[in-house]
Design a binder for this molecule. Structure first.
Ligand SMILES: Cc1cc2nc3c(=O)[nH]c(=O)nc-3n(C[C@H](O)[C@H](O)[C@H](O)COP(=O)(O)OP(=O)(O)OC[C@H]3O[C@@H](n4cnc5c(N)ncnc54)[C@H](O)[C@@H]3O)c2cc1C
Length: 643
C-alpha cells in the first residue's frame, strides 16, 4: 500500500452516510463549495478540490444530472459568452471517448490546438471513475465504474496503439501481475454461492459451489428435492429437446426464445432452478433470463444444451467489433489471448494517463506505474493558458452551427449558462442526450440515437479493517443471484509501482460489490426494463444501499466472525443510471443487428457526422467497452478531416 500524506483515521463513530466525516470535512471540499468564481465561464477549482476521495453516493452523483433533466423537460437558459475565445475543438463528455478524441485531434492538428472538454460530473473519466479510501495515512483504491481492459489482444490497432502511446506496456504489466486472478485461489480461498432465505426459504452459503460436482452442490443447497433433481438433470441430461429440428433450426429456435422460457417450458425445471441463473448475464446485459435469448446461455457454456444438435457460431463472427460481444462472443476466441488487465482504480488509470498527456502539469509522474499514485491538481485542468482545458461540472444544453464555419456550444455551470464557439465539436456524451442538446439533427438520426437504453447498475467499494472473516469462511467472493447485491468480492490483488493491494488478511482491503437493477416478471423487453429500473435505482437512498450491504455481508460472513460495526471503515456507492451501452438482442431486435455489423443498426444511423459535429462514445458502437469508446473517438476525429 502506498504511504502519502497523512489522513485522519476513520472510526465507526465518524461514519455517516458512507463518509468518514473527518475526511470529508478536513481535506476534500464538496465540489460546488470548491468552485471559486474567478472567471464566470470557467470557474477555477481550488487546490483542495479532489473528488476521488468523496464517499457516499458517487457515480452519477447529485448535481451531475439535474440540468440535463431540466433541459429534457423543456427548460432553457440565456447564455453569456464564456470569454474563452474561439476553440479548434469542443468535446462534450470527458469520459474515455471524449479524452481520447482530444488526444487524437491534437495528434492530427498539433500541440497548439485549442481544445475544450466539457463534462457534467465533478470528476473527469465518465464511467471510468476512481474511488480513493484513506485510512491511517494509506490510500486504498478501487474502480467506481469501468473495471478492466477486457480481452486486450482483441483491441483494434487504434485502441491498443493509444494505450501503448500512453505508456501501458502489457508485458511489463503481466510480469508484475501474473497471479492477480489466482492469488486468492492459491491461498485456498474459493468462490461461493449465497442462497437467501427470501428466495429459497433459508440462508445458505455454499463454498466452492462451482468447483464441486453438481450433485454435491445441489445437496448442500437449501433447494427442495424436486428443484435439486431438476438442477442435476439440467446439468447431466443429454436429451435433445428439439429432436425434429436441424442444427440451424435449433439455433434459430434458441435465438428467439428467452432462457427462462427454455428452462421452464422446454427443459421443464422447477422455477427455483431458474433463479440460479438470474444474474448470469447481469455483468454484461443487466437483465435476467426472461429478457435474454437461450442461445446466449448455450454459446457461453451454461448447462442444459448438451444433447441438442446446434450449429456453432462461426469463429470469425464480429471479429472486428470491439469488446467481448456479451452473449454473442465466440467463447474460444474470448478466452484466447492475453488476460484482462486490471488497475487498482480500474480504467480510471487510462483517463488519468490521457489527462496527463493532454495537460502534463496537472498530473505528476511519467509512466504507467506512477500514474496510480500520481497527484492530480484539478485546479490546473482549466487554466486559460492551457491548450487543452477540461471543464467539470458543466452540462452542455445546446450545440448548433453558427453559420457554416463554426459551432456554438452552450453549457450550464452552477446554474448559469455560458457559450463557446469552435471550428468543430465531438459529442462524446451519451446517445440518449444528443437529440436534446442538438435539435438541428435530422429526425431520423434523432430517432436512431434514442433507440438504445443504457443499463442501470451500481458498482461500489467498501473499505474493510481486515479480511480475516473471508479467510475464516474460506471464500474470496460470493455470487448471490437473488440478493440485492448479486456479487461481492475482494479486490484483485494488483501491484503497480508503489501501490500493492493487501496480501495479508489482517490488513485493510477494499471489497467490491455490485447491484443490477432490472424489472422482471412484467413482460417488458430489455430497453423497457432499463427505463423502469433506472427510476427505481434513482429513488434508492444511500441508507438502503448501506443497510443492504451490512445485512448481506453479515449473513454471508458471520460464520467467519464478520462484524459490520467493527469491520466496515467506509462505503462508496457509484450509481450508474446510464451505464453500459445498449447492445442488440435478437429477442427484441432484428437478428442481423445482433450478429452482424450492418449499417442498418441504429448506432450507425445515429453516429453520422452532421456538418461540423461528429459523434463518438461507446453508444456509437452499441458496445459497452473501452475499446469501443476509443475506436469511436478515432472515427469521429477522422471524419473531421473530410470537412
Ligand atoms: C459500472 C460500469 C462498469 C464497466 N466496466 C467495463 C469494463 O470492465 N471494461 C470495459 O471495457 N468497459 C466497461 N464499461 C463500459 C464503459 O462504458 C466504457 O468502457 C467506457 O468507459 C465508456 O466511455 P465513454 O467515454 O464512451 O462514455 P462515458 O464514460 O459515459 O463518458 C461520457 C461522459 O459524457 C458526459 N455527458 C453526458 N451528457 C453530457 C452533457 N450534456 N454535457 C456534458 N457532459 C455530458 C457523461 O456524464 C460522461 O461523463 C463499464 C461501464 C460501467 C457503467
Amino acid at each position: 500500500m502506498t504511504k502519502r500524506r497523512t489522513k485522519p483515521q476513520i472510526t465507526r463513530r465518524d461514519f455517516l452516510n458512507g463518509c468518514a466525516i473527518s475526511l470529508a470535512a478536513g481535506t476534500a471540499l464538496s465540489p460546488m463549495e470548491a468552485l471559486a468564481q474567478t472567471n464566470p465561464g470557467s470557474p477555477s477549482l481550488s487546490p483542495d478540490y479532489y473528488p476521488p476521495t468523496l464517499q457516499g453516493l458517487r457515480g452519477s452523483h447529485e448535481g451531475s444530472f439535474e440540468f440535463a433533466h431540466a433541459m429534457r423537460d423543456g427548460q432553457s437558459w440565456q447564455s453569456v459568452d464564456a470569454g474563452d475565445g474561439h476553440y479548434d475543438l469542443v468535446v462534450v463528455g470527458g469520459g474515455i471517448s471524449g479524452l481520447a478524441a482530444a488526444y487524437f485531434f491534437r495528434k492530427q492538428h498539433g500541440p497548439q490546438s485549442r481544445i475544450l472538454i466539457l463534462d457534467n460530473h465533478d470528476d473527469f473519466g465518465g464511467h471510468a471513475k476512481r474511488n480513493e479510501f484513506w485510512h491511517e495515512g494509506r490510500m486504498y483504491l478501487v474502480n467506481g465504474g469501468t473495471l478492466n481492459v477486457e480481452a486486450p489482444s482483441q483491441y483494434s490497432t487504434v485502441a491498443a496503439g493509444l494505450l501503448w502511446e500512453l505508456g501501458l506496456d502489457r508485458d511489463r504489466y503481466y510480469e508484475k501481475n501474473r497471479d492477480i486472478f489466482s492469488f486468492y485461489r492459491d491461498m485456498g480461498l474459493r468462490g461461493s454461492m449465497f442462497f437467501d432465505r427470501e428466495s429459497f426459504g433459508a440462508d445458505k452459503l455454499v463454498v466452492g459451489y462451482n468447483d464441486m460436482p453438481i450433485t454435491e452442490a445441489a445437496a448442500q443447497s437449501p433447494l427442495s428435492d424436486k428443484a435439486r433433481q431438476d438442477l442435476v438433470r439440467l446439468y447431466e441430461s443429454r436429451e435433445n429437446y428439439f429432436p425434429g429440428l436441424s442444427a440451424a433450426e435449433t439455433r434459430q429456435r434458441l435465438t428467439h426464445m428467452s432462457h427462462e422460457d427454455y428452462l421452464l417450458n422446454v427443459v421443464k425445471v422447477h422455477p427455483d432452478v431458474v433463479k440460479l441463473f438470474h444474474a448470469s448475464f447481469y455483468g454484461s446485459l443487466v437483465v435476467g433470463p426472461d429478457a435474454i435469448p437461450a442461445i446466449y446461455y448455450r454459446d457461453n457454456g451454461y448447462p442444459g444444451f448438451a444433447g441438442l444438435n446446434v450449429e456453432d457460431l462461426p469463429p470469425e463472427l464480429l471479429i472486428n467489433e470491439p469488446g467481448g460481444q456479451h452473449g454473442r462472443e465466440n467463447i474460444d476466441r474470448a478466452r484466447s489471448g492475453d488476460p484482462d488487465m486490471y488497475f487498482p482504480d480500474g480504467n480510471a488509470t487510462i483517463t488519468r494517463l490521457l489527462v496527463r498527456s493532454l495537460i502534463p502539469d496537472a498530473v505528476t509522474g511519467d509512466d504507467m506505474e506512477d500514474i496510480v499514485t500520481a497527484a492530480v491538481d484539478y485546479s490546473l485542468l482549466d487554466r486559460s493558458n492551457n491548450h487543452c482545458r477540461v471543464r467539470l461540472n458543466s452540462t452542455v444544453v445546446n450545440v448548433r452551427h453558427q453559420g457554416e464555419d463554426q459551432v456554438r456550444t452552450e453549457y450550464v455551470n452552477n446554474g448559469q449558462s455560458y457559450s463557446v464557439t469552435s471550428d468543430s465539436v465531438v459529442l462524446a456524451c451519451w446517445n440518449t442526450v444528443i437529440p436534446y442538446i442538438c435539435p438541428e439533427l435530422p429526425d431520423s438520426q434523432k430517432q436512431a440515437l434514442g433507440y438504445g437504453s443504457k443499463s442501470p447498475l451500481v458498482y461500489g467499494g467498501v473499505l474493510l479493517r481486515n479480511w480475516e472473516s473471508f479467510v475464516d469462511t474460506g471464500i474470496s467472493r460470493v455470487s448471490a443471484p437473488t440478493s440485492f447485491y448479486s456479487s461481492l468480492g475482494l479486490q484483485a490483488s494488483v501491484a503497480m509501482g508503489d501501490y500493492q493491494a493487501a496480501r495479508n488478511p489482517d490488513e485493510p482491503i477494499v471489497m467490491r460489490f455490485s447491484a443490477y437493477f432490472d424489472a422482471p416478471g412484467r413482460g417488458l423487453n430489455r430497453r423497457e426494463q432499463h427505463t423502469v429500473a433506472r427510476n427505481n435505482m434513482l429513488t434508492t437512498s444511500f441508507d438502503t444501499f448501506e443497510n443492504n450491504l451490512r445485512d448481506q455481508m453479515t449473513r454471508v460472513l458471520s460464520g467467519g466472525g464478520f462484524d459490520d460495526e467493527r469491520d466496515i471503515l467506509g462505503i462508496t456507492v457509484n450509481r450508474w443510471p446510464h451505464g453500459y451501452s445498449y447492445s442488440y438482442n435478437p429477442l427484441y431486435d432484428p437478428t442481423e443487428w445482433a450478429y452482424t455489423s450492418t449499417d442498418e443498426r441504429p448506432c450507425v444511423v445515429g453516429r453520422q457526422q452532421h456538418g461540423r459535429i461528429s459523434i463518438a462514445n461507446s453508444d456509437a458502437a452499441a458496445s459497452p467497452h473501452t475499446d469501443a469508446s476509443i475506436n469511436e473517438a478515432y472515427r469521429a476525429v477522422n471524419e473531421m478531416l473530410n470537412m
